[in-house]
Design a protein around this ligand. Structure first.
Ligand code: COA
Length: 245
């Protein structure tokens, strides 16, 4: 299936198509990062050129992907802390008039009925092409490994090294990036920080947290820490930095 990439903000999209596209894949707590909430409005306003919707032959949106432009010197030490810090660097760099040279791919989604056919590779390829057109010579991504939720006790630095017999990563989403020539740079230990009250976490996860402590939560890549006395739950999401070459 050949998809055509369009800037997402150049058209309006039917609600039922968008509902279908985003119906799986992300837990409810994914939007509970306060830093992201603070910056996402300006990201949407300023970086629409890097927000793509991919339509099929019938003009139906079936995949999407987006990123932000940042300045990065190419060294591991200069990488943003992860997804949230990439938004911060992009927005603050834009405000300061800093010339970006790197695209940070922030996410990609394929409509559930069409996963496993390589469409995500087309999303990443389209994003790389947009980066090149914009003069961004480097492309990196804080990847959210889809299989990591099955191994919440394993440090990301360990999980990212696990491979299959063919030498590719155990994780399917890391593999998709690898097939396009991307390499793993290292873990982004705190790519996002989600915080909420105990009641909010109970609602987001469908679980009860009767005592303070650490919990395995559905679709969590790491553990949730609950502090009942402070009425607070904190989940720090680890991702994996990859670089496209
Ligand atoms: C992650 C995602 C973008 C991958 O898209 P895709 O087009 O299915 O990717 P690919 O076709 O390249 O498949 C990659 C691998 O995952 C496997 N796969 C895809 N969908 C799968 C599924 N639902 N269950 C199990 N494996 C699956 C494929 O078989 C393939 O494995 P292979 O390397 O052995 O061939 C898509 O599954 C998705 O939108 N998920 C929800 C959102 C998300 O997690 N996005 C990534 C973080 S931002």
């Amino acid at each position: 299936m050949i998809l055509q990439p369009l800037r997402a903000d150049t058209r309006s999209w039917q609600d039922d198509h968008l509902r279908e596209l985003f119906s799986e894949g992300f837990p409810q707590f994914i939007t509970a990062d306060h830093l992201v909430k603070q910056y996402i409005g300006r990201v949407r306003e300023w970086f629409g050129a890097f927000d793509l919707m991919l339509v099929d032959e019938q003009d139906v949106p079936v995949a999407c992907g987006w990123g932000v432009p940042v300045r990065w010197d190419g060294s591991p030490q200069d990488l943003p802390g992860g997804y949230a810090q990439s938004l911060v660097r992009a927005v603050e760099g834009h405000e300061a008039g800093t010339e970006p040279d790197t695209l940070v791919i922030c996410g990609a989604v394929v409509t559930p009925s069409l996963t496993g056919r390589g469409l995500a590779g087309q999303v990443l390829t389209a994003l790389r092409a947009v980066a090149a057109e914009a003069g961004l010579s480097k492309v990196v991504a804080p990847v959210r490994p889809t299989l990591k939720a099955r191994y919440p006790l394993t440090p990301m630095g360990t999980f990212m090294t696990w491979t299959r017999e063919d030498g590719l990563a155990l994780d399917p989403w890391i593999r998709t990036h690898q097939r396009l020539g991307a390499v793993v740079l290292g873990p982004a230990e705190v790519s996002q920080t989600m915080t909420g009250t105990v009641a909010e976490w109970e609602r987001w996860t469908g679980m009860a947290f009767p005592a303070s402590g650490e919990y395995v939560i559905p679709d969590g890549l790491a553990l949730l820490r609950v502090d009942r006395a402070a009425d607070r739950g904190v989940y720090e999401e680890p991702n994996v930095w990859m670089r496209h070459v």
